[in-house]
Write a protein that binds this ligand. Structure first.
Ligand SMILES: *Cc1c(COP(=O)(O)O)cnc(C)c1O
Length: 440
């Protein structure tokens, strides 16, 4: 089929101007093709690289046992589920996976979504309406922001990990009232900084003010807690932790589980309600049964091979120790200053570089040395905090981590302007932006 090229329409002209603006600001993005599998060693545009920017924390994405489980399910079930789960798309593989996920995180039930994005949009839109308030950390994932907007609820953006800000917003939203729901929502592990929300205190705040707490554990599930059950295990499983815990739990299957999709876990009532009302679930084709089969095997491996998490955290400690020795300034200065939570290690270790062109140049320089670390720029992160978002995996070898450390130290020396993470002027304009945003 031949489609005539569109002549320059008003829409085309507007889009082209916007693209030009992105190019000029060094914010233009493009994809890089990976040949073959997406493990710790990947071929990026023909170059063999060690991958330091994937969320495949346990090295399961390229595990042949997951592929074998998917292949066997493909034989039995074919490729497509053919319809939404309420119509004819609900397979026994989906049902088993939901039961196993609910058991694993210690909640009565779970509901499988096709992505974390769909889960967050579906849940927020289902739980909130125009009379309600959503109180959200300013560094929450984009899907939580969009879900909040879509719900029509009053959106209250609170400073990063600012517990007093959460408390103030809860008080301002008025006394408990079934006609005016209040929902606190936060990432458990912040995806670009790798720091943690103080979930026990947020849960306690929520309870005290008659609000519910929803947690997005995309980067904690499979990684945190003594058995990898995620942030719920880390914060709420000890005998001393007798306080309230989050009512709505979301985690994804595309990160530590090496598959794709997501689930919401919670009470019987919550899940039944979402089955009736979560539009991104009701009106969306159920994921391929083979994907659920692969995720079930991933969940089993996660439990049978705790050494993966041990290796992951050994790698994180090695990387952080090496960075300290070499004077590589890891971490987000702001979040570590204001952060009430004692430092829990996570696999996300950012190196903040400030201006987008610095991050781009550094990433290109690393790529030439066979090290693949994507530059993360606004709007994914706040202006002035473009960074290398370095992630560690259980699949990394010690020598690979050491090579990255050496290259980072050298890059900070030889690449102009990279020595000082965020300049004073950038920082003050950032806090100005933040005040402006808070005033709106
Ligand atoms: C990746 C991510 C999502 C989106 O999940 P997908 O399954 O990739 O759509 C949601 N929330 C957070 C915190 C994430 O990091």
């Amino acid at each position: 089929m031949n489609v005539a090229p569109a002549c320059e329409t008003p829409l085309e002209r507007r889009l082209a101007a916007e693209l030009e603006r992105l190019r000029a600001a060094q914010l233009y993005r493009r994809r890089r093709q990976v040949g073959g599998s997406h493990g710790a060693q990947i071929v990026v545009e023909g170059r063999l690289c060690t991958n330091f920017c994937s969320n495949d924390y346990l090295g399961l994405a390229a595990d042949p046992r997951l592929a074998a489980a998917a292949a066997s399910a493909l034989e039995r079930c074919g490729t497509g589920s053919g319809a939404a789960a309420l119509v004819s798309g609900y397979n026994v593989e989906h049902a088993r996976l939901e039961e196993e996920l609910a058991d694993f995180v210690g909640r009565p039930r779970a509901l499988l979504f096709s992505s974390g994005w769909a889960a967050n949009l579906g849940v927020l839109r289902a739980l909130l309406g125009r009379n309600d308030s959503l109180i959200a950390d300013e560094l929450n994932h984009a899907s939580l922001i969009d879900g909040g907007r879509l719900s029509g609820a009053r959106y209250v953006r609170v400073g990063h990990c600012d517990l007093e800000g959460f408390e103030r917003a809860l008080a301002e939203a008025g006394p408990p009232n079934p006609e005016k729901r209040k929902l606190l929502v936060t990432d458990a592990v912040f995806s670009m900084d790798g720091d943690l929300a103080d979930l026990p205190r947020l849960a306690e705040l929520a309870q005290r003010h008659g609000a519910a707490l929803m947690v997005d554990d995309a980067h904690g599930f499979g990684v945190l807690g003594a058995h990898g059950r995620g942030s719920l295990e880390l914060f709420f499983s000890s005998p001393e932790a007798r306080g309230p815990s989050p009512e709505v739990y979301v985690a994804t299957l595309g990160k530590s589980l090496g598959c794709a999709g997501a689930f919401v876990a919670g009470s019987e009532t919550l899940i039944e309600y979402l089955i009736q009302r979560a539009r991104t679930w009701v009106f969306s084709t159920a994921p391929p049964p083979a994907l659920a089969a692969a995720a079930r095997v991933a969940l089993r491996i996660l439990q049978a091979e705790p050494e993966r998490r041990e290796r992951l955290f050994e790698n994180v400690r090695r990387f952080r120790h090496g960075a300290e020795q070499l004077g590589i300034p890891l971490g987000c200065p702001e979040s570590s200053v204001s952060h009430p939570q004692p430092r829990v290690l996570t696999p996300i270790q950012p190196l903040i570089l400030g201006a987008p062109e610095r991050a781009l140049e550094f990433a290109r320089w690393l790529y030439e040395r066979g090290l693949w670390v994507a530059a993360i720029r606004p709007p994914t992160v706040p202006a002035g905090t473009a960074r290398l978002r370095i992630t560690l995996s259980a699949a990394h070898q010690r020598a690979q981590i050491d090579r990255l450390l050496e290259a980072l130290a050298e890059g900070l020396k030889v690449l102009p302007g990279s020595r000082f993470p965020v300049s004073a002027s950038e920082r003050s304009s950032r806090s100005r932006n933040r005040k402006l945003a808070a005033a709106h």
